[in-house]
Write a protein that binds this ligand. Structure first.
Ligand SMILES: Nc1ncnc2c1ncn2[C@@H]1O[C@H](COP(=O)(O)OP(=O)(O)OP(=O)(O)O)[C@@H](O)[C@H]1O
Length: 234
């Protein structure tokens, strides 16, 4: 599934945060988004996922505009979204979280069983309240929630922030496999992004709600290059 964002303006109420942003994510590729704190990365992801309205500009999925879609429509169109931070229903069990995510789709039970087969740790924790999971387990649940509908595009907003290296490596492996299966992955990268840049083709850098630079991700692996670019940001 190809995503194209053209001249996107978006923000919160009367406050415009994105000022005409362009962005592209190709099928079967991991596309990174990078930028200083407050650059507008999460705002871009929320707008693509239908959680914020489009002010001006367009968002196209395989050439069809989804600019007027809300979050549910976007999910049903094949976009899975893992928001930054608090991204599960903490008071609900693991199973009920998955159930809530699967309800909009047919074959609800089969989807939950498939998810347990893919993430056995969630089956083990099925009756546990999400708020009592470890950080890595909770992020696994958030990713599983997004994958329950078998999306063709997966948006991950800083999915490995604060996780132990073992979970970081697991998430990278899952995401790599999804991309091999043709899923388009958008990954908003956090501090220390080398591991992710290595498996990504293109990186889009944002700065103060605008495009700053788009370049092959491998270029950012040159020692010192990433720090230099982030330091130059506003
Ligand atoms: N709910 C909100 N209401 C008003 N302003 C907001 C809201 N959420 C974010 N902002 C503002 O929008 C701007 C961009 O924030 P955003 O979260 O998109 O940046 P980011 O690049 O993802 O940053 P970070 O790396 O810190 O997550 C910031 O100035 C922020 O204060």
């Amino acid at each position: 599934m190809k995503l194209e964002v053209n001249g996107l303006h978006s923000g919160y109420g009367k406050v415009t945060i994105l000022h005409g942003v362009d962005f592209v994510a190709e099928p079967g590729e991991i596309t990174c988004v990078l930028g200083a704190n407050g650059a507008g990365k999460s705002t871009l992801m929320k707008t693509i996922a239908g959680h914020l309205p489009v002010g001006k500009g367009d968002i196209l999925l395989n050439g069809q505009s989804i600019a007027s879609f809300n979050a549910l429509h976007t999910t049903m169109a094949g976009v899975g979204y893992v928001p930054q931070g608090n991204n599960t229903f903490g008071e609900m069990t693991v199973r009920d979280n998955l159930l809530a995510s699967a309800l909009s789709f047919s074959n609800t039970q089969a989807r939950i069983e498939d998810t347990y087969a893919r993430f056995p740790i969630l089956k083990e924790r099925s009756n546990q309240q999400a708020s009592t999971l470890s950080g890595g387990e909770r992020q696994t649940l958030a990713i599983a929630n997004a994958l329950v509908g078998n999306p063709q595009m997966l948006i991950l907003d800083e999915p490995t922030a604060g996780l132990a290296p073992i979970f970081v490596d697991r998430i990278i492996e899952w995401v790599w496999e999804l991309a091999q299966d043709g899923v388009s992955v958008i990954w908003v990268v956090e501090q220390d992004p080398e591991k992710i840049l290595k498996i990504s083709r293109t990186t889009w850098m944002l700065d103060a709600g605008c495009n700053r630079e788009t370049l092959p991700s491998e270029d950012l692996l040159v020692p010192g290059r990433l720090e230099e670019m982030l330091l130059q940001a506003h």
